[in-house]
Design a protein around this ligand. Structure first.
Ligand code: SAM
Length: 264
């Protein structure tokens, strides 16, 4: 994909400004970048998951790194870190904060769907609070391409069927559409079935029932009918190849409630 990718404008400008103002509110250096935002608030959730389902030694690639808020979580495991983000502004900020530091191999401007790395280059890959903004089957195909057999892959996303009375989730979905924030919902069952069919192993599926439960680390591991967010930990199998589609721009919950009232 070229620099003309129309999504860049959003991530370079309005989202960057929004996030910067939230960071300024929270105080630079705080991990609570967006107070109350389940996707970005609490590193402890990730720290626990990374220690329970450990990294392979070697290299890790972070997708959607922003300005490197999560880098310490990888570097403290002694990993060699590469990172990408679609946003020029975010990459500049990450480089300013992190280039030349021990363990940091490179920070590149790139969309998740077309990664500038060789096949099998990484032992681990992490995509946190970003997968829902990508063209998911294309991005996941790339994650599998650039990792080696046996690699650990961690990613979070939003399930396409959340509780109809989860008003915070519904408001977030409607708000994202109004702002033109790229937002995709996963048919999680279909995605997991595809991954298994392709020979990859699901090591963990964490389902966070309602919006806000991620920050509270409140999850179940047996997928219920309704849940809002998920985190997947998988081990890459021997082969990789293109995955067919499993996500859409509206959740089924939205289509069944607001959609039917004409709020689209
Ligand atoms: C919500 S932030 C999360 C950042 C970081 N992972 C964290 O948890 O602090 C999402 C980041 O993903 C980036 N992003 C969005 N779509 C992307 C894509 N298709 N490819 C690569 N990066 C993307 C945005 O520029 C933004 O920096």
């Amino acid at each position: 994909m070229s620099n003309e990718d129309p999504r860049k404008l959003y991530w370079n400008e309005s989202y960057y400004r929004y996030w910067k103002s939230r960071v300024d509110e929270a105080g630079v250096g705080s991990s609570k970048i967006i107070e109350g935002d389940a996707n970005t608030e609490d590193d402890e959730v990730y720290r626990n998951i990374f220690s329970q389902y450990g990294f392979n030694p070697g290299r890790v690639l972070e997708i959607g790194c922003a300005w490197g808020r999560m880098f310490p979580l990888y570097l403290e495991h002694g990993l060699r870190l590469s990172a990408v983000d679609i946003s020029t502004a975010m990459v500049e900020a990450a480089r300013k904060n992190w280039s030349g530091r021990d363990g940091v191999e490179g920070i590149s401007e790139s969309p998740a769907e077309s990664l500038p790395f060789d096949d099998g280059a990484f032992d681990n890959l992490s995509c946190i609070a970003t997968f829902d903004a990508t063209f998911q089957n294309v991005a996941l195909t790339e994650f599998l391409r650039v990792t080696r057999p046996g690699a650990r892959i961690y990613f979070t996303g939003k399930h396409d069927l959340y509780h109809p009375d989860d008003n915070a989730a519904l408001d977030a979905e409607i708000g994202a559409r109004r702002k033109n924030h790229p937002n995709f919902f996963t048919d999680t069952g279909r995605m997991l079935a595809l991954l298994r069919e392709h020979g990859h192993r699901i090591d963990a599926l964490l389902c966070f029932p309602r919006r806000g439960d991620f920050a509270k680390a409140s999850f179940v591991t047996e997928p219920p009918e309704f849940f809002y967010e998920y985190m997947v930990v998988l081990t890459r199998g021997e082969r990789s190849g293109p995955l067919s589609g499993f996500s859409s721009a509206h959740s089924r919950t939205f289509l069944g409630t607001e959609g039917s009232r004409g709020a689209r």
